[in-house]
Design a protein around this ligand. Structure first.
Ligand SMILES: Nc1nc2c(c(=O)[nH]1)N[C@@H](CNc1ccc(C(=O)N[C@@H](CCC(=O)N[C@@H](CCC(=O)N[C@@H](CCC(=O)O)C(=O)O)C(=O)O)C(=O)O)cc1)CN2
Ligand SMILES: [Zn+2]
Length: 765
């Protein structure tokens, strides 16, 4: 019985790739140094999988930034503004596309399906000249082969690639990108040819868009694409991998009849209906790659349950056609539990990170082949039983309180426009008020202070003094810049989700459980293992201190329940909405304590609300209902004069604008600049928005400093579709990833632009 892994984390068990990338970008190390770190990581991962007994080991799942950008490089689809002159694409062009450079902004980045991973959106059109411009897939296959490991090279499938692209600037918005298939397939053919010549016997195409709602045209593109590739693929075993949800019934028909395809991979964790589809009929000549080990979470597999599932599948497809696999790439889980020295041993026994998951995959494959490791299986069964019965998982008071919520929809008593009036009387803000999203740069010194405090190398007094000093600096800076509504800068926070997880009951946290979010940036999602409650106030101390330093309004800064849920590793033993309501109640307590402490503006970030949206239309309404409800629970009890802000980043909101309105926040700040102001089109189309809104005026994900004119131009575009009195001026997102030499001039230009427009508006009256 064979085993397979869809993909593996790239960063390394101690984020070696992150540090190598950042050092290279800072000019502190050479391209060769970076290549060396990368090669070492790849080789250790391949060897680890080989040692675990994995038969189908993936290659080309490594990336210096993102696998979709790698594909863009492979087919030479570099936007003209990067001045690429042909030839093999090197670091310069590659990283300019990813991060921008001094003269050109980066390409758009967006969420990879419903994960916290971001990909670089390809910009295509009828005039793009495609060419084979990155041999990475072939090189990595050869590299593994030289180590004596015959891998399965992985490519982003051509149809998913196009369906994830957007029309380039100047190309008609509804240009049918799928018509570019004919132009990119010849390059895929070249790659396939080289892989065959190098000795590959399998190839994997990731086609995750097959789990979305596709129309007949889009489905037909899959049929055409693989028919077109069939002759090039002859002699290779071809695996089409789907993940993140089940495949809709129509798509299943298309998928199982693709020409030249010998194997199909399914997510059997998130794809609840896949099993029934397969039971309803699976082609007898194809391999089934059964994704039973969860690539999106950190729980140890319930091996007995998976084995039963696999045995049922074996009855359908036959013993020699079943391959045990992961539900998706392990990119979305933490790397190695071995490095978790601080986790309590009972909780640790419930967990499996990527390194442990490959062992699970192999144990299942062996058990199917009649070589069950009894000891491994019984230890696993004991851990499953301990997790089910552990008293630390349950808090009855919390369960009762959460159950009681469902009857009411928790709305504020007064409507938003009269609330805004009461708030304005108190706040007395100018038109186009300026603010920032919360975090200020996280300097090396700041990180050192937090690290030393955690390691008990400095005392609590020293720590508090250092953070207070930082808050003081950030407040002074904002006053100098003349920003209207201030923030304390979040210097005490490692991350907006992890920070709250560390203070709530029912959460555990890791030391090295990093997951790539974008580029070199990683997150360490907390683990929700039990019922959630808030033992004591979490932010009141810092927020009241910050408010005491200034007469300007200081925003209290919280992360909302949906975002805490979506950016944590969540329980798989109760529905997500139950957990979300529990978190909402904890945040509600915090909101009310902030209000009591005299904080009059409170921002509750829901950065991840959109990405939690189910991948299929039919499931959206249910999610939006409980997600928006959870947000309202947190702040329905505050006074009219308390201004509730929320913030969202990186998303396409146009399709859920009515749910955003239904959140009933007083002010929303929202990402806008990196996606070409797509956001504004919804207002252009006539949606009425009466609450305060601050579409970001510049991209904070790039080191580039926007000019005053550029920002003023952006604000003008907003004024064309939004009422003057509801518009706020702010960056796209928090500033924690930036450096002060970028932030100071950028914010200064932002304030200047706001002032310029205030003047123009006043003289126009
Ligand atoms: N959870 C989450 N998801 C999100 C976002 C977000 O802010 N949070 N933002 C959006 C974009 N994604 C982002 C993801 C990560 C980062 C980010 O800045 N991550 C930091 C790590 C953040 C962190 O928790 N840092 C800790 C740990 C610091 C650390 O690495 N310490 C090292 C030593 C490092 C040193 O020598 O300074 C150690 O302890 O070993 C801290 O600052 O306290 C990074 O990769 O650099 C930014 C945006 C979408 N998704
Ligand atoms: Zn944001």
């Amino acid at each position: 019985m064979a085993s397979h892994v869809v993909g593996y984390p790239r960063m390394g068990p101690k984020r070696e790739l992150k540090f190598a990338l950042e050092s290279f970008w800072d000019g502190k190390s050479s391209a060769d140094d970076l290549q060396k770190v990368a090669a070492d990581l790849r080789s250790s991962i391949w060897k680890q999988m080989q040692a675990a007994g994995i038969k189908f080991i993936p290659s080309n799942t490594f990336s210096f930034y993102d696998q979709v950008l790698d594909t863009t490089a492979m087919i030479g689809a570099v936007p003209a503004r990067y001045n690429w002159n042909g030839g093999e694409i090197g670091f310069d062009t590659f990283f300019s596309m990813a991060r921008g450079n001094a003269s050109v902004p980066a390409m758009e980045m967006t969420k990879w399906f419903d994960t916290n991973y971001h990909f670089i959106v390809p910009e295509l059109g009828p005039d793009v000249k495609f060419s084979y411009a990155s041999h990475k897939a072939v090189n990595e296959y050869k590299e593994a082969k030289e180590l004596g490991i015959d891998t399965v090279p992985v490519l982003v499938g051509p149809v998913s690639y196009l369906l994830l692209s957007k029309p380039a600037k100047g190309v008609e918005k509804n240009f049918p990108l799928i018509t570019l298939l004919a132009k990119i397939l010849p390059i895929y053919k070249e790659v396939i040819g080289e892989l065959k010549a190098a000795g590959a016997s399998w190839i994997q195409f990731d086609e995750p868009t097959l789990v979305k709602d596709l129309d007949a045209h889009q489905l037909a593109a899959f049929t055409e694409a693989y028919a077109e590739l069939e002759s090039s693929l002859a002699g290779l075993n071809v695996l089409i991998e789907t993940y993140f949800a089940d495949v809709p019934a129509e798509a299943y028909k298309t998928l199982t009849s693709l020409k030249g395809v010998s194997a199909i991979g399914f997510d059997l964790i998130r794809g609840a209906k896949n099993l029934d589809l397969i039971k309803g009929g699976f082609p007898s000549d194809k391999y089934l790659f059964a994704g039973v080990v969860d690539g999106r979470n950190i729980w140890a597999n319930d091996l007995a349950a998976s084995l039963a599932t696999l045995q049922a599948l074996e009855g359908i497809v036959g013993k020699d056609k079943l391959v045990v696999s992961t539900s998706c790439s392990l990119l979305h889980t933490a790397v190695d539990l071995v490095n978790e020295t601080k986790l309590d041993s009972e909780i640790k026994s419930w967990l499996a990170f990527a390194a442990q998951k490959i062992v699970e995959v192999n144990a299942l494959a062996k058990a199917l082949a009649g070589q069950k490791d009894e000891e491994f299986f019984s230890a696993n069964a004991a851990a499953q039983a301990s997790r089910k019965s552990s008293p630390r998982v349950t808090n009855e008071a919390v369960q009762k309180a959460a159950a009681a919520l469902k009857g009411s929809d928790h709305r504020r008593a007064t409507n938003v426009s009269s609330r805004l009036d009461s708030q304005q009387k108190k706040l007395n803000l100018p038109i186009l008020p300026t603010t920032t999203i919360g975090s200020f740069p996280q300097t090396i010194e700041l990180r050192r202070v937090r690290r030393e405090y955690k390691a008990k190398k400095i005392s609590e007094e020293e720590y508090v003094a250092a953070i207070k000093e930082e808050i003081n600096k950030v407040v002074k800076l904002q006053e100098e810049l003349d920003i209207d509504v201030l923030v304390h800068g979040e210097p005490e926070r490692n991350d907006m989700v992890e920070y709250f997880g560390e203070q709530l009951s029912g959460f555990a946290f890791t030391v090295n459980g990093w997951v790539q979010s974008y580029g070199s940036r990683c997150v360490k999602p907390p683990i929700i293992y039990g019922d959630v409650s808030r033992p004591k106030p979490m932010t009141v101390f810092w927020s009241s201190f910050a408010q005491s330093l200034t007469s300007r309004p200081m925003k209290g800064m919280l992360t909302g329940p949906v975002t805490i849920l979506n950016w944590s590793f969540v329980r798989n033993d109760q529905p997500r909405f139950e957990t979300c309501y529990q978190i909402a109640l904890a945040i509600k307590d915090e909101v009310e304590d902030l209000e009591k402490a005299g904080v009059t503006v409170i921002q509750i970030d829901e950065a991840a609300l959109r990405e939690g949206l189910p991948l299929r239309k039919s499931e959206e309404a249910f999610y939006l209902d409980w997600a928006v409800h959870s947000f309202r629970i947190t702040n329905c009890g505050v006074q009219d004069t308390t201004q509730i802000h929320t913030h969202m980043c990186y998303s396409n909101f146009n399709d859920i604008i009515h749910s955003i309105i239904d959140m009933d926040a007083d002010v929303i700040t929202i990402e806008n600049s990196r996606s070409d102001e797509k956001l504004l089109s919804v207002f252009r189309e006539g949606v009425k928005y009466g609450a305060g809104i601050g579409p970001g005026v510049y991209d904070i994900h790039s080191p580039r400093i926007p000019s005053t004119e550029e920002i003023a131009d952006r604000i003008n575009k907003m004024l064309a579709v939004l009422e003057t009195n509801i518009l706020w001026v702010n960056p796209d997102c928090g500033l924690k990833t930036r450096k002060y030499p970028e932030v100071k001039p950028a914010l200064s230009n932002m304030v200047e632009a706001a002032k310029l427009l205030r003047k123009e508006l006043a003289s126009a009256k």
